[in-house]
Design a protein around this ligand. Structure first.
Ligand code: NDP
Ligand code: GDR
Length: 327
């Protein structure tokens, strides 16, 4: 019998890589999809299988993290061995515009899912997509022992979900873990996150399809890794003997300015000739520096990031150049 996994947020960046990984490992994969007036499955279309096919191992279900009874019904029907809760309103800047909705999905969504697992009595292992944004204003390096100081409605909602996951582990003995992941990116990253915005713009400007790129704070320091590697870390957390919380990060700091340099250099351009400041992209409270210490994951899970930020910028920019030229 193959293992069954349920992924919330399967249509997102991480969900698509995780679905690929679990299918490769022989899992039956179930994903939650939000009903929208347009198709939102672009990142997983290459994995789609006709559910009538007797060999099909990927199944999609309409559901939303704001609908707890639907979550319980689906859990009971599917009976997953592992649940990966990746769904969230995941944009930090947007969370200042939509704080209540962010709390409902990114925060309360986790509680609805945990409670659905508990009430159905399933022996399901649960992964919570926690974030380095929880550390916010606490200076780097940040590890599992670093105190939280969130600086956005998104960060605050993730702190709540983190503690609910810990509480279900301690109160009910659930195998429930937090992966505290630092920024991880890829050619599948949403286009309004800074790395994708920059790599898309570099390729388009080089191709003569765009002239300017408008950005906010170029001084922010991040620890950008490759999403494809981070989903392997998520899976390893759920295979451990005991449930625990883990940081995943590269440990190497770069600024937004550095990332601009890597991408534009790759297409033979000087970013300073094309980038302009737009205060719309500033946040009311900024997170200045996130640099992770992932030594616990290295020791206990054997996980380390291989791709560092300069290489990631190359992968992302090359992907955009290929998209434009159709190669
Ligand atoms: P994305 O924004 O790419 O994907 C988010 C996913 O959540 C999408 O599938 C989206 O569906 C779904 N979703 C949003 N709201 C709801 C809802 N109410 N009900 C059901 N599904 C919903 O995020 P990433 O893949 O980058 O990140 C995955 C998770 O990891 C998120 O929780 C994020 O906060 C967290 N995280 C991400 C990091 C990163 O650097 N990428 C770092 C640390 C944590 P739709 O496609 O319909 O919009
Ligand atoms: P972040 O990612 O907030 O770290 O959250 P984002 O790419 O949005 O911002 C990174 C840094 O770049 C600065 N910045 C800009 N950001 C955006 N989006 N657009 C701009 O034009 C721009 N100019 C400068 C930001 O101020 C910030 O300092 C991501 C999300 O994936 C979260 O879900 C996740 O939890 C964290 O990473 C870890």
């Amino acid at each position: 019998m193959s293992k069954k996994a349920l992924i919330t947020g399967i249509t997102g960046q991480d969900g698509s890589y995780l679905a690929e990984l679990l299918l490769e490992k022989g899992y039956e994969v179930h994903g939650l999809v939000r009903r929208a007036s347009t198709f939102n499955t672009e990142r997983i279309d290459h994995l789609y299988e006709d559910p009538h096919d007797p060999g099909a191992r990927l199944f999609l279900h309409y559901a939303d993290l704001t609908d707890g009874s639907r979550l319980a019904t689906l859990l009971e029907r599917i009976g997953p061995d592992e649940v990966y809760n990746l769904a969230a309103q995941s944009h930090v800047r947007v969370s200042f515009d939509e704080p209540e909705f962010t709390g409902q999905t990114t925060g309360m969504g986790s509680t609805r899912l945990l409670e659905a697992i508990r009430s159905t009595g399933l022996q399901t292992r649960y992964y919570q997509a926690s974030s380095s944004e929880m550390f916010g204003a606490t200076p780097p390096p940040q590890s599992e022992a670093t105190p939280f100081w969130p600086r956005s409605p998104y960060g605050a909602a993730k702190v709540y979900a983190y503690w609910m996951t810990r509480n279900y582990r301690e109160a009910y003995g659930m195998f429930a873990v937090n992966g505290i992941l630092f920024n991880h990116e890829s050619p599948r990253r949403g286009e309004t996150f800074v790395t994708r915005k920059i790599s898309v713009a570099a390729a388009r400007i080089a191709a003569g399809k765009q002239d300017r790129l408008y950005l906010g704070n170029l001084d922010a320091v991040r620890d950008w890794g490759y999403a494809k590697e981070y989903v392997e870390g998520m899976w390893r957390m759920l295979q451990a003997d005991e449930p625990s919380d883990y940081v995943l990060a590269t440990g190497a700091p770069y600024t937004v300015r550095d990332f601009l340099g890597f991408c534009f250099e790759h297409v033979g351009l000087d970013w300073q000739e094309h980038v302009e400041f737009d205060p719309r992209y500033l946040r009311p409270t900024e997170v200045d520096a996130l640099i992770g210490d992932a030594s616990k994951a290295a020791t206990e899970l054997g996980w380390t990031a291989e791709v560092h930020t300069p290489e990631l910028a190359r992968i992302m920019t090359e992907a955009e150049v290929r998209r434009l030229t159709g190669d």
